[in-house]
Design a protein around this ligand. Structure first.
Ligand code: PAD
Ligand code: ZN
Ligand code: ZN
Length: 376
């Protein structure tokens, strides 16, 4: 490509500081260094986890930063030593890398590669520098992805090459919402055929949990949200019943226990509220239920519960990104989508250009959108 080896000037949405709208700027994107890849982003979803940074809930983040972690793109150029990717490849950037060598990568039951930047939020690539500048200032990366820009640079261990025929304006959701929710059901909980499930929180991630429960063959899928406007979509994706806790004057776990012979087999918290995490635990059956934490609570939040809840046989667990080994599993998820094993197109309720990114976040905050996909 004519741009290989050169600095690219392009548009990006920069988050200069918390609690301020993102601003569309011209930025410079340096060429990829060794084991890095420069990607032309094509589409990106707007996720609640980006909004947590914008609203100041993630104390560790360094500003300014380019957010976005649910995208698709095409490789523009690669740095030295990159062997599995070439210009023109369709890709999904991975917010958890897979180096293949660390203790978590070597353990079949973990996907939290040591090279990830979640929680630490150093905001730099693996050589401790960034490839973005704007108005003479360095701009930080976000969790190995930064997709709210026309071009990004990421480590090669944080890129999955996908089917050349995949529709990039849809499979971007596999990069976060769908991959996380679906994997939480089929991979983390390992939902069994004929089982009962409850899903708290019906955003893009929670609805994807419902898709996973349905694909796994659950016979009862109860959807819970304080916004009843979400119920139509929940039913479309497979919920067998929808409950609004505001309609009851007693704790929701009591209501659920009555409906499910003492509690569900699997309960999922997909909001990020520690009180609801405890509700999910209480809603799972005392002797054989499993509660799965998917939502990300604010920095420093804690949960307390009676340990007897676990002694009787319940299991409490959780995972990032549905437990998937990212570089290995993301291409398979794209193939499964292409082969119609599941359909998540209905999660995309809005489409906007990058310039309208602040409007996309407003739609999410008001509960009017499930996912807005931005085109670049
Ligand atoms: P969203 O804001 O689109 O959906 C959250 C839903 O929860 C909304 O429909 C709300 O109405 C509902 N809700 C809020 N409070 C309550 C309550 N008290 N009781 C019942 N329902 C309520 O978010 P999302 O789907 O994009 O993300 C959901 C969470 O998952 C969020 O915390 C996000 O940070 C986290 C997440 N985790 C991972 C991961 O890897 N574990 C990945 C992506 C997102
Ligand atoms: Zn996300
Ligand atoms: Zn690793």
């Amino acid at each position: 490509m004519a741009t290989a080896g050169k600095v690219i000037k392009c548009k990006a949405a920069v988050c200069w500081a918390p609690k301020r709208p993102l601003s569309i700027e011209e930025i410079e994107v340096a060429p990829p260094k060794a084991h890095e890849v420069r990607i032309k982003i094509v589409a990106t979803g707007v996720c609640r986890s980006d909004d947590h940074v914008i609203n100041g809930a993630v104390a560790e983040i360094k500003f300014p930063v380019i957010l976005g972690h649910e995208g698709t793109g095409i490789v523009e150029s690669v740095g030295e030593g990159v062997t599995d990717l070439k210009p023109g490849d369709k890709v999904i950037p991975l917010f958890i890398p897979q180096c293949g060598k660390c203790r978590c990568c070597e353990n079949p039951d973990s996907n939290l590669c040591y090279k990830n930047d979640i929680g630490k939020y150093n905001g730099v690539l693996l050589d401790n520098t960034t490839r973005f500048t704007c108005k003479g200032k360095p701009i930080h990366n976000f969790i190995c992805t930064s997709t709210f820009t026309e071009y990004t640079v990421v480590p090669d261990i944080a890129v999955a090459k996908i089917d050349k025929d995949a529709p990039l304006d849809k499979v971007c959701l596999i990069g976060c919402a769908f991959g996380t929710g679906y994997g939480s059901a089929v991979n983390v909980a390992k939902v069994k055929p004929g089982s009962s499930c409850v899903v708290f929180g019906l955003g893009g991630v929670g609805l994807s949990v419902i898709i996973g429960c349905k694909v796994a063959g659950a016979s009862k899928i109860i959807a819970v949200d304080i916004n009843s406007d979400k119920f139509a979509k929940a039913k479309e994706f497979g919920a067998t019943e929808c409950i609004n806790p505001k309609d009851y004057d007693r704790p929701i776990h009591e209501v659920l226990a009555e409906k499910t012979d003492g509690g569900v087999d699997y309960a999922f918290e997909v909001i990020g509220n520690t009180g609801i995490m405890t509700s999910a635990l209480l809603s799972s059956h005392f002797g054989c239920g499993k509660a799965v934490i998917v939502g990300v609570a604010s920095s420093g939040a804690t949960m307390t519960f009676d340990p007897l809840l676990l002694l009787t046989g319940r299991v409490l667990t959780g995972a990032l990104y549905g437990g998937w080994k990212t570089k290995d599993d993301v291409p398979k998820l794209v193939s499964d989508y292409m082969n119609k094993k599941f359909d998540f197109d209905g999660l995309i309720t809005h489409r906007l250009p990058l310039e309208k990114i602040n409007e996309a976040f407003e739609l999410l905050r008001r509960g009017e959108s499930i996912r807005t996909v931005l085109s670049l």
